[in-house]
Design a protein around this ligand. Structure first.
Ligand SMILES: [Zn+2]
Length: 392
């Protein structure tokens, strides 16, 4: 999130702008200025793009608020030049819930388009189909058509875009989740290749980006579905590490360095008696060493935003939450007492072992696979948009 600027929040969900978004705004201004040689027209063009992104935010909120109805939180919504991305904690494994969450975004664009169409009919008496050729002159009509395009493009069955999720959820009603995901991912990758070819032929770099997102996203999702199949129904206790190193509240950075070098642990729970009061991650330790004295207490530099779980909690849900929050270590607490640690590494080992026993062998979990609990909404320069919710 550090590379994103928080611009506000809606319904408790933070809205962020990625820094590259500002490049887009500058590029759009430049493009319109070169085309029209007029600052006014350039500002109008920029205004239209900002309005489009407002619609993209509403699209993401459509997903996020539908998810909330099913008890699934959203960490943030971030806008990138190619669209928006809502970070959901997880995607429910119940197909109909995924169906409604996926369809919630494009539905918002259709509602916006309908409202704008009504406004146009009342004010103008026409929808003005030429609007997209001259967006500066027909802003409301352009915005209406763009919303229709956003809904349509997102509903293409290019998993993990919205339409692909709808496809997966419908398939999952009839077959098991991993197989439904595999089919949807195959269709998604075929679509990605089409996007890529079309992007090349039309010299459309944004479409190429979308093709790449869809292709990689589909691959990750199908792998994550396999992971999910392995962890489903398992309690956290089955995958947690019970031998681990803790730091005391009064320990210093020096003590932490000694522990880091002495063993293989990367993240250290900080305890007061048997109670966990903090979590020192390796990254924080390294950062702290360059900014603080070595006799600084670990507690003063440790994370307070970590979450804990319980031994009986469902592993697949905790695993998804770890992915969503890019969190490698989760302390396991029983009745206020720290009893174990759940680490991505260990869950990965468990999956490899289970799969070896069952004669299936997914690749080991890589960090790059695991922070994709996201709904991604990608808008092309034709103001179309795609989407991916990559969840394990
Ligand atoms: Zn969407």
């Amino acid at each position: 999130m550090k590379r994103s600027l928080r611009i506000g929040s809606v319904a408790g969900i933070g809205i962020f702008l990625h820094w590259t978004f500002f490049l887009l705004i500058a590029a759009i201004f430049g493009y319109y200025y070169v085309q029209s040689q007029s600052v006014g027209a350039a500002l109008a063009g920029m205004g239209l793009i900002l309005a489009v992104f407002l619609c993209v935010v509403m699209h993401e909120l459509g997903h996020a608020l539908t998810a909330r109805r099913f008890g699934v939180g959203t960490r943030s919504i971030t806008l990138y030049p190619i669209g928006g991305l809502a970070r959901l904690e997880r995607i429910p494994s119940e197909p109909m819930k995924e169906f409604w969450i996926a369809i919630g975004g494009p539905a918002v664009n259709l509602v916006i388009a309908a409202v704008l169409a009504a406004v146009l009919l009342v004010v103008d008496g026409t929808f003005n189909p030429d609007a997209l050729q001259a967006p500066g002159q027909h802003t409301v009509a352009s915005l209406m058509w763009i919303n229709v395009a956003l809904a349509g493009f997102n509903m293409l069955p290019a998993f993990p875009m919205d339409g692909g999720r709808v496809l997966r959820s419908l398939l999952a009603l009839r077959q098991d989740y991993a197989r439904a995901t595999q089919t949807a991912a195959n269709v998604g990758q075929a679509m990605a290749i089409l996007f890529g070819l079309f992007g090349l032929l039309s010299f459309n770099p944004i479409l190429l980006f979308i093709a790449l997102f869809v292709y990689v996203g589909a691959q990750q999702e199908s792998q994550q579905a396999v992971y999910r199949a392995f962890t489903e129904g398992m309690p956290v206790r089955q995958a947690m590490v019970t031998r681990f190193t803790t730091l005391d509240v009064d320990d210093t950075l020096d003590d932490a360095v000694n522990e880091l070098l002495a063993g293989t642990d990367h993240d250290f729970p900080i305890v007061e008696g048997e109670k966990i009061v903090g979590l020192l991650r390796r990254k924080q330790l390294i950062q702290a060493l360059s900014a603080h004295d070595r006799d600084t207490r670990v507690r003063d530099v440790s994370a307070e935003d970590f979450f804990t779980t319980e031994p009986g909690a469902p592993l697949d849900e905790v695993f998804q939450k770890m992915n969503a929050e890019s969190c490698t270590t989760v302390p396991v607490v029983d009745g206020g007492r720290l009893v174990g640690l759940l680490t991505l590494e260990n869950v990965g080992e468990l999956i490899m072992i289970s799969s070896a026993i069952q004669g299936r062998s997914p690749a080991p979990i890589r960090r790059s696979d695991v922070n994709e609990d996201t709904v991604r909404n990608v808008a092309g320069d034709d103001h179309a948009s795609s989407e991916s919710t990559t969840l394990p």
